[in-house]
Design a protein around this ligand. Structure first.
Ligand code: SAM
Ligand code: SF4
Length: 476
């Protein structure tokens, strides 16, 4: 397909792009590093302030191993001081892999004739959701290729179907979306279906690289994609997720791109993005990219620590693209959400595990953490994390929850932690094997013992007893 911008039926011209690559490179080329300056910047973040582009560039430019360790330690401290031990779990559900774009890095690109094209019909979708619910999932992100078939009505319909499926005690309480950019009316349609977060990754903030890797299709339009979440905001979706696909261009530039995008939201809408994702390129069928910007594990862990400090109150999402070992390391820097029991094969969740070896012809890329949800829950519990399926803020209209967690004193103790424990107890009662159950209840007891306010503790114990007796979906 030949790229013809005038044919891109862009209805809304109000959104103005805001990335200036010379400006971003200017910060990277000029930010001077000294021990004192790096420590000053870390201290500013630990004092609960978002960092400027220049300050973020100081952390990026710190290459002395001792300073890198201080940055990582800063991220760990921020996590311990502010967020505690909760990790929210979710699962991605691929609805359709038809796609009219040609993204060099993606197995679903239109030119890939190896891939089997599948769109889940209503029956398949229900089967997938039941299988997910039967494993204990409560939060999903629905993923779509970019195709006229997957328009706003189709996406809204899929969301409604997912919410309507109930299997035993199971239900999906939050449905997020990762799909192509829409116009404002389209975003309104999906908002009406009660979506949680709308997530769109810019992939690369660098215009020239963007043009190289998006070889044809609507996605070639950088500005339409960059301003997509502005249109979402206009349509009333204030819960948006941004991201960059690391490995396409210089990671330092992409980190600044993400921070610049965050600043833009704060300046215009008074609220930053809900989450930032930082997928790293994985093997995909017909992967066709210049490998000179691939990000090593050392760079990757470093960049996540820098992001944590740069945007201390934004949720960070780490997916099963990464191995369990890298996930375990990076979680310490304050990742707020991970996926568990992930299967990105079309229709993969309802297949039996022994038949579920990865089928790259049905997948967008290869994942590296194939643990089941329970295996992940079990490990998190052993590591003293509190796995959480909490959806309370979203259900109560408390938007900007990450900001509240971060800035409202006592918010985590009063809301997040008890809600996390209650959703964990639900999981333990309904889905966990005996061994996980025992470890899980022991963790719950330890966390209850730590609550100093006796009245509050007793109230929570009562709620937990109610859950054990059959009540569901209790939250503060
Ligand atoms: N088609 C929609 C779009 O492009 O926005 C949905 C997104 S796609 C199904 C989800 C994300 O996966 C992409 O935005 C991209 O960042 C990421 N992705 C694509 N190919 C990848 C690869 N080979 N390795 C890791 N992540 C990849
Ligand atoms: Fe299509 Fe999205 Fe894959 Fe690009 S990344 S080929 S738009 S599914």
């Amino acid at each position: 397909m030949i790229f013809r911008p005038e044919k891109l039926k862009i209805k809304d011209q109000r959104m103005k792009p805001f990335i200036d690559s010379d400006e971003l490179w200017g910060y990277i080329n000029n930010a001077a590093v000294s021990k004192e300056r790096v420590r000053e910047v870390i201290a500013k973040s630990l004092d609960k302030n978002r960092l400027t582009l220049e300050e973020t560039a100081v952390l990026i430019n710190a290459t002395d191993p001792e300073l890198i360790e201080e940055i990582k330690q800063g991220a760990r401290t921020l996590k311990e001081k502010v967020y505690g031990q909760r990790i929210v779990l979710f699962a991605p559900l691929y609805i359709g892999n038809l796609c009219t774009n040609n993204c060099a890095y993606c197995g679903f690109k239109v030119s890939n004739k190896q891939v089997k094209r599948v769109t889940l019909n209503q029956e398949d979708l229900v089967a997938q959701v039941k299988a997910l619910e039967d494993s204990g999932q409560k939060r999903l992100i629905l993923v779509f290729g970019e195709h006229p078939k997957y328009n706003a009505d189709f996406i809204a319909e899929s969301v409604r179907t997912v919410y309507s499926v109930k299997s035993g005690p199971g239900e999906i309480r939050r449905v997020n979306i990762n799909a192509a950019p829409m116009d404002i009316d389209g975003f309104r349609t999906v908002k009406d279906a009660k979506i949680g977060t709308y997530q769109i990754f810019q992939e690369t903030y660098h215009q020239e690289t963007y043009a190289q890797v998006h070889m044809s299709g609507l996605k070639r339009n950088y500005d339409w994609r960059l301003t997509a979440l502005d249109r979402a905001q206009e349509a009333g979706i204030d819960d948006v997720g941004i991201g960059a696909l690391f490995g396409l261009y210089d990671w330092r530039f992409e980190v600044l791109g993400l921070v610049r995008h965050t600043n833009h939201f704060e300046a215009v809408y008074n609220v930053g993005p809900h989450t930032i994702s930082f997928p790293r390129i994985q093997y995909a069928s017909e992967l066709n990219i210049n490998k000179s910007h691939m990000v090593s594990d050392a760079e990757f862990t470093r960049l996540v620590a820098i992001l944590r400090l740069a945007v201390p109150y934004t949720g960070l999402i780490l997916t099963a693209r990464e191995t369990a070992a890298i996930r375990n390391e990076i979680m310490q820097f304050g990742v707020s959400q991970i996926d568990g029991g992930t299967n990105i094969e079309m229709g993969g969740y309802s297949k039996k595990k022994e038949n579920a070896d990865q089928d790259i012809d049905l997948e967008q890329f290869q994942i590296n953490d194939n643990r089941t949800l329970n295996e992940i829950m079990d490990e998190l519990i052993e590591q003293k994390y509190i796995p959480s399926f909490c959806t309370a803020c979203y259900r109560l209209g408390r938007t900007g929850e990450h900001f509240m967690e971060f800035s409202v004193p006592g918010f985590i103790k009063r809301f997040c932690q008890p809600n996390a424990l209650m959703t964990l107890v639900e999981y333990l009662v309904d889905y966990a094997p005996q061994d996980t159950k025992e470890k899980g209840f022991q963790l719950v007891q330890e966390k209850l013992d730590e609550i100093e306010d006796i009245t509050f503790r007793n109230q929570l114990i009562q709620k937990i007893e109610q859950i054990k007796a059959g009540s569901r979906d209790l939250y503060y």
